[in-house]
Design a protein around this ligand. Structure first.
Ligand SMILES: *Cc1c(COP(=O)(O)O)cnc(C)c1O
Length: 554
């Protein structure tokens, strides 16, 4: 019994773990819905006005059981009929989709839902039955389409389907992501319910990620443009007038150096690694996942190491690569990538030939507290997901707001950052989402072809499995090698390698011109106001929840 509240994110690779997770989801959903109804009943209004007074927003599919749970309470406890209850439910519930990765879309085995939640399962079956009948009337005889859209199919309950059918609004979290939902991943739902789909680009709280995490920058901004940006973050654009103000650009530079020095001191104290505060601070912090391509960054560092070893006099702009990443408990491959990054750090940081040119720091136990230390000290923000895979990203916005320049693919909200700052103030590279999706459709990608034609790729990959400083003659990294070659590199790491390398060389050259770099940094800060979560929440309030702004009582 205790385990319901003892394990956050139980390992769902076993049936037992999966069952615990389903129990947790239902427990939290039921408590939440009951609490909302209790508050509503204090207003002494008919249940038909519930949607005017309450909005139930399902943030991803984890709380999707609010749909059958609200139906259950309205019918079994409050005596409403199906049609009335369904109208109330659908008008109250809205859904945000956060991913199109198929392995991340929740589904529960029918047997598990039926045995654990029998009444809830009956209601889900009835929702499915009525939905399929409606589809049959619109698309008579189109069995393929109906099977594709069904909520219950192949012995599974599909929670994203339940969420779309039971909601009046379905939104993606960045423009590109919403377009991919409408045109590809959820095309058939969009064809059926076009009016439900809308975009709400994610945001971050500028109070935490700027005012709290970067106090020196906060003061400099307010001294330059006043404090109206605090309540109206778009006003950060007033900073654009400072582009030619050398004294202000120098101040931005000094603040970045102060933040870098603080990070250097902390890394020395906690990790025992000496970092050069004049080097480029290149930062890749986020959950560890194949699609986020920490491996592309790692292979790039291995390549740089090889270049320095083959010519120790090589003149390269000093860089420190910071990583922070946690892996889900049963994600074996992700842990291998963490092991590889730590191995690279060990090799690079202890080699006399490379020591002062490149350095690698893996920060363990990545968290918000660590992000708050690292982001204000960063020069380069690594946002290098396989195009089409990162729904939005929010790390990208935190870095931009702190004056780091993005090295990124045209994915998620990176696309909107690019639209705001323009080509000169972001480093984009790699395949487009259209190219990626086309390769998945036609299956014509061959990672082995790239391995055979690019000697840099061949050399670094061989170092994973042949005798090398990185493998030390062991087979620790065989699975990484196999994922990239035997299993044809699902995330196009090798395909984007050359383009990434080329872009990183441009970053190094540009960093040498500090005045120009600081100006790019200023433009990023100035344009970041759009990504305040105040804007995002206002959009949800107006477009989805239909609630008005009100003054807080002091
Ligand atoms: C912002 C944040 C994330 C999300 O980062 P992405 O780069 O958008 O994946 C994850 N973990 C922590 C601790 C964060 O602060």
């Amino acid at each position: 019994l205790e385990s319901i509240s003892s394990f956050l994110y139980p390992d769902d690779s076993t049936d037992e773990g999966k069952r615990l997770r389903l129990k947790q989801e239902y427990f939290l959903v039921s408590a939440g819905v009951q609490s909302v109804i209790r508050s509503f009943e204090r207003l002494d209004l008919p249940l038909t006005s519930f949607p005017d007074k309450a909005a139930l927003h399902i943030n991803d599919t984890h709380p999707a059981l609010v749909i059958p749970e609200l139906m259950r309470i309205l019918m079994d406890e409050k005596g409403l009929g199906w049609e009335e209850a369904w109208d109330v439910t659908q008008s109250s519930v809205s859904y945000t989709n956060h991913t199109t990765l198929s392995e991340a879309l929740e589904s529960w085995p029918v047997d598990m839902v039926r045995s654990l939640l029998p009444r809830i399962f009956m209601i889900i079956e009835e929702i499915n039955e009525r939905f399929c009948q409606d589809l049959w009337r619109t698309y008579p005889g189109d069995f393929d389409r109906i099977a594709d859209l069904a909520i219950v199919a192949d012995g599974q309950v599909k929670m994203a389907h339940l969420s779309i059918v039971g909601s009046h609004s379905v939104n993606g979290v960045a423009k590109l992501h919403t377009e991919i939902l409408k045109k590809r991943e959820m095309k058939r739902f969009y064809d059926t319910f076009p009016e439900r789909f809308n975009n709400k680009t994610n945001g971050i709280t500028h109070r935490r990620w700027l005012m709290h995490a970067n106090k020196p920058l906060t003061s400099a901004i307010t001294e330059a443009i006043g404090d109206s940006w605090i309540e109206q973050p778009k006003r950060l654009e007033d900073l654009l007038n400072k582009q030619e103000d050398h004294a202000f650009l120098d101040r931005l530079h000094d603040i970045k150096q102060e933040n870098k020095q603080n990070l250097v001191d902390w890394v020395q104290e906690t990790q025992g690694i000496a970092v050069d505060p004049a080097s480029i601070f290149d930062v890749h912090i986020k959950r560890l996942h194949g699609y986020k391509r920490q491996l592309l960054n790692a292979l790039h560092i291995m390549h740089l190491y090889n270049e320095i070893k083959s010519d120790p006099t090589l003149d390269i702009v000093p860089r420190t690569f910071f990583f922070g990443a946690k892996a889900a408990s049963s994600y074996h491959f992700a842990k291998k990538v963490i092991q590889l990054i730590n191995r690279i750090a060990h090799v690079v940081n202890n080699d006399r030939d490379v020591k002062d040119k490149i350095k690698v720091v893996f920060l363990p136990n990545y968290s918000v507290s660590i992000a708050e230390r690292v982001i204000p000290a960063s020069n380069v923000s690594e946002q290098i997901s396989t195009a089409s895979k990162e729904a939005s990203g929010t790390g990208n916005m935190k870095f931009m707001m702190n004056g780091a320049l993005t090295v990124g693919t045209m994915d998620g909200a990176n696309v909107e950052i690019h639209d705001l700052v323009g080509d000169d103030n972001i480093y984009t590279f790699g395949m487009s989402s259209e190219e990626v999706l086309e390769y998945y459709r036609n299956g014509s990608y061959s990672s082995r072809e790239i391995y055979e034609n690019d000697s840099r790729v061949r050399h670094t990959l061989d170092q994973l499995v042949h005798y090398s400083p990185f493998s030390k003659g062991e087979t620790d990294f065989q699975e990484i090698y196999d994922a990239l070659l035997t299993y044809n590199d699902e995330f196009f790491v090798l395909k984007d390698f050359a383009s990434y390398l080329f872009t990183q060389q441009k970053v190094s050259r540009d960093f040498l011109n500090q005045r120009e770099w600081n100006k790019k940094s200023l433009i990023n800060i100035a344009k970041s106001g759009k990504f305040s979560s105040d804007r995002t929440i206002q959009e949800y309030a107006t477009d989805i929840w239909q609630i008005q702004r009100t003054r807080m009582l002091k």
